[in-house]
Design a protein around this ligand. Structure first.
Ligand code: MG
Length: 334
């Protein structure tokens, strides 16, 4: 079947810059794609690479879209470079519609806190709103300073709360060991990406850390696409896999391999707009099995709220996801 094809590159400022150990991120860039079947049915997708992951650029995505022209076949994905995972994902969403069947009635949501001491101001209202799982970026400041802030944060949160720490690959092995020891007797749900994904011997180092400390470790930047997922599954990785569906070239393939291996999966936002978030959340709702809180408690995120996904609430229902209207977001990007 032939589809009419169109794309729009967008650039949207975050309402406040996102600070991680990789630096300060001020605006989101990506490409929306739109397909239309001969019967008039329209589909949308979003290709939003994360610059700090360094796997593909928005410029490459845009150039590939331009080369597709204004009509594509249903097999257009097969002709795209393997490396353009986010674009393959976007086209699959736009051409294939919604392949998911919801198996979860609701999803717990983790609230994203800003890095540094700003988290101390942000956390109490979020706890009042009902959140009990929080995510905090570490490796942004000195370890001693961050551990002191974190102890204050634990003190400020209601009992039963837990915090997931995300180092975004900032630490060396020694610092990672210090943090994992610190986390082992505190309510830390897991520590995300303690070492850089391209650091030498990372597989052995992470496997060593995972067996030396009781606190769980999660891979994020190390599993940026389905090829990485396959490699870590083959190694028998015992910790979590943070899956950002928007970044996977083949979401269904990656998820079915993870399910077959009975892997521990955490679904998470890649700070994409509502178009990508809707597709990613539908994949999360379709997961058959226990799920930790999803890392989609990120909104409001953009200076134009029309780009946002569902409002951050402690529990999401599929109706909250269905309510997102991709056409409105596409139109807002014109
Ligand atoms: Mg992460």
């Amino acid at each position: 079947m032939d589809f009419r094809f169109a794309f729009r590159r967008y650039s949207m400022a975050f309402r406040r810059p996102v600070r991680t150990s990789a630096g300060t991120w001020t605006e989101r860039e990506g490409v929306f794609v739109r397909t239309e079947r001969p019967d008039g049915t329209v589909g949308y997708g979003e290709a939003a690479p994360v610059p700090s992951f360094g796997r593909e650029s928005v410029g490459e995505v845009e150039a590939a879209c331009r080369s597709l022209g204004d009509r594509i076949g249903g097999d257009a994905i097969a002709g795209l470079p393997e490396s353009l995972c986010t674009l393959r994902n976007a086209l699959a969403c736009a051409v294939g519609g919604d392949p998911w069947v919801a198996r979860q009635s609701s999803l717990g949501v983790a609230a994203l806190l800003p890095a540094g001491s700003a988290a101390l101001d942000d956390a109490p209202p979020k706890a009042d709103a009902g959140f009990r799982v929080f995510k905090w970026k570490v490796g942004v400041g000195a370890a001693d300073d961050e551990m002191a802030i974190l102890d204050d944060l634990f003190g400020a949160l209601p009992g039963g709360s837990s915090i997931r720490l995300d180092a975004n690959g900032a630490w060396d092995r020694r610092t990672a060991g210090r943090w994992l020891a610190y986390s082992s007797d505190r309510p830390v749900e897991f520590v995300e990406q303690p070492l850089a994904p391209d650091s030498r011997g990372i597989e052995d180092s992470l496997s060593g850390l995972a067996s030396d400390y009781p606190v769980a470790i999660a891979l994020d930047e190390s599993v940026a696409n389905e090829v990485d997922v396959g490699r870590w599954l083959e190694r028998g990785w015992p910790g979590y896999f943070v899956i950002k569906p928007s970044l996977m070239g083949d979401v269904q393939g990656a998820l079915s391999r993870l399910a077959a291996a009975d892997a521990k999966v955490v679904f998470s936002s890649a700070l994409e707009t509502g178009i990508g978030a809707q597709a990613g959340l539908r994949a999360a709702f379709a997961w058959d099995g226990e799920l930790p809180a999803v890392g989609f408690g990120v909104w409001p995120l953009f200076s134009d709220p029309g780009f946002d996904g569902p409002a951050a609430v402690p529990f999401l229902r599929i109706a909250d996801v269905d309510r997102i209207n991709p056409e409105e977001i596409w139109n807002a990007a014109s």
